[in-house]
Each structure stands twice: as C-alpha cells, then as structure tokens.
Ligand binder design. Structure first.
Ligand code: DQA
Length: 148
C-alpha cells in the first residue's frame, strides 16, 4: 500500500451526523472514491476509521512497517486533544495532510487549535468531502514525480 487515509472518531456516522455541517456523503462513499482515484493513478490506498485513539496510533505504527509513503488524516475531535497522535505521526516520520470537512476556524474556539497542523504538509478544511479528493490528488502528483 502506498497511501493511508485515517479517519478519527464519529466519522463512521457521516451521512447521518449533523448533515448541515458534515454533508450527506457517507464514509463508505468517500473511501470508495478515494480507492478509485488512487487505483486509476496506479497507487494502492487503504483507509481506516476508529473511535479509539490507541487504534489509530497502532495503525500509524503499522504504516511504518508497511512502508506507507503518505498519510491523509482527518483526526476529528482528536485534532484538538491528542499529543498521542502527533507523537505517533512524528515517530513514523511519514508525511501527512490534515483534512477537515468543516471550516474549523468558523466554529467554536476549541476547534481552532490543532495538535497536528504545524507538522502537517498541508491542512485543508471547509471543503467537505472534496478536501479528501484534493489532498489525494496532490499526493498522487507528488508520488508520481518522486517516481519519475
Ligand atoms: C472535523 C472537525 C472536528 O472539530 C470535529 O471534532 C470532527 C470533524 C471535520 O472534519 O470537520 O469530528 O474533523
């Protein structure tokens, strides 16, 4: 696998969860599109969602062993709380893009701070599910030029 997409807590509820904020697309739809987009470009993509911080840490550590080249992560609420996820991503030294469906800066103050953003290659927020597709499109370009 070349690219790993990680989804944090409650993102399994996409489609039914506060649709006015997060949209009506389900996580399964998003993951399926991402796999298609990656495959069309000749890359393999895996996705993983968990409501458990430790499970996400384990998946990040496993990504290192699998030689995953890039991570796209929506850490959801862990964005604003998790030194653990930050340390895991720094520990494996795999470049990552942070994605949020909503514009976190237009919401409650506690959503304005991220434990990951200053270490991310890029941060995309407010574009809904498109944020994931734009992130992946960038990753594909980068991996392509690394191979050329
Ligand atoms: C989110 C924003 C977070 O603040 C929130 O806790 C989420 C989803 C987003 O995608 O907009 O669960 O990461």
């Amino acid at each position: 696998t070349d690219i790993l997409v990680l989804h944090g807590p409650n993102l399994n509820l996409l489609g039914q969860r506060e649709p006015e904020i997060y949209g009506s697309t389900t996580l399964a739809d998003i993951n399926q599109k991402l796999v298609q987009q990656a495959n069309q470009a000749g890359f393999q993509l895996d996705s993983f969602q968990s409501n458990w911080e430790g499970a996400l840490v384990d998946r990040i550590q496993q990504a290192y062993a699998e030689h995953i080249r890039f991570i796209i992560i929506n850490p959801a609420a862990f964005t604003h709380t998790s030194v653990t996820l930050r340390d895991a991503l720094l520990g494996v030294a795999i470049p990552f893009i942070e994605v949020h469906l909503s514009n976190v800066h237009a919401r409650e103050a506690f959503r304005h701070h991220s434990y990951l953003s200053d270490k991310a290659q890029a941060v995309i927020c407010g574009l809904g599910a498109d944020g994931y597709y734009f992130a992946l499109s960038h990753v594909i370009n980068r991996l392509d030029s690394a191979q050329a």
